[in-house]
Design a protein around this ligand. Sequence first.
Ligand code: NAP
Length: 281
Amino acid sequence: MTPPRVTVLGAGNMGAALIGGMLKAGVVAAENLTATTRSEASAAKLAERFSIVATAGGNRDAARMADIVILAVKPTSIAKVIHEIRDGLRENQLLISLAASLPLAVIESEVRLLMPVFRAMPNIPVVLEEGAIGICHNAIATRAQRDLVESLFRAVGIVAWVEDEQMDAVTALSGSGPAYVYIFIEAMIAAGLKMGLSRDVSARLAEQTVLGAAKHVRDSGLHPAILRDQVITPGGVTIAAIHELERHGLRSMLISAIETATHHSRQRTNALLEQINLPNS
Ligand SMILES: NC(=O)c1ccc[n+]([C@@H]2O[C@H](COP(=O)([O-])OP(=O)(O)OC[C@H]3O[C@@H](n4cnc5c(N)ncnc54)[C@H](OP(=O)(O)O)[C@@H]3O)[C@@H](O)[C@H]2O)c1
């Protein structure tokens, strides 16, 4: 199979993280990667950092050259960029949108061509190739095309296939999720300080505890409730702390937060469609 040519339109934070991961994993070669930005300065930085062709503007030509076109501009710029490139798109290209809150049907109707369209929701740990990425696809995408898209995103994390309707929940759970975990770590560090540990010791112990516990859940394949139970000694220290967490409703708080964020993401779709003047899907 010939290596795919990939174009990232709007290679800012997320686009650059993807480019870095794909190059590092070797799923795309630098000579097969192109990126665009709005400003000359950003394009020059990308070209220097990754040794790829990067241009300010030129979305149409960049998209035409690629087998896989990744739309990584902000959601409010998506329609403008699709209008710019759509005359040059082909049925055998793959189009991947990273835009939050923009359903597949909206992208499809703007593209006006029956082609494989994907929607991916990465999260910020993709910069360390430790992202969690939810992806959905339209009815046209084949198994082989899905495998190809999965191989690109596996370069920067784990991939979970979902339905388009579930992308708001993915946004709320893993898209925004790092922010919740940062608060958890921050609170643990504050607790360590309150109990007299130094800043450095508190920070190192808190971050490694979260990292180690997450790896334990993932690598053991066990439900976290089982692992939690294994740490509890009857009448011991851990159950005393868990009682406090339950009393203050930590679990219920997180469920409510993710439920609220899911609804917010759904509402944002309508606001976004009005803002960029697109029909509601
Ligand atoms: N960041 C996240 O954690 C995250 C998570 C999930 C999904 N996403 C999605 O990823 C997408 C990008 O987010 P981001 O955080 O990476 O944004 P960002 O850092 O602002 O990057 C946007 C990029 O688009 C470029 N751009 C703007 N207009 C353009 C145009 N007409 N043609 C070509 N390039 C253009 C900008 O160029 P200049 O640099 O020259 O201004 C910039 O490089 C969004 O749709 C967002 O919903 C982001």
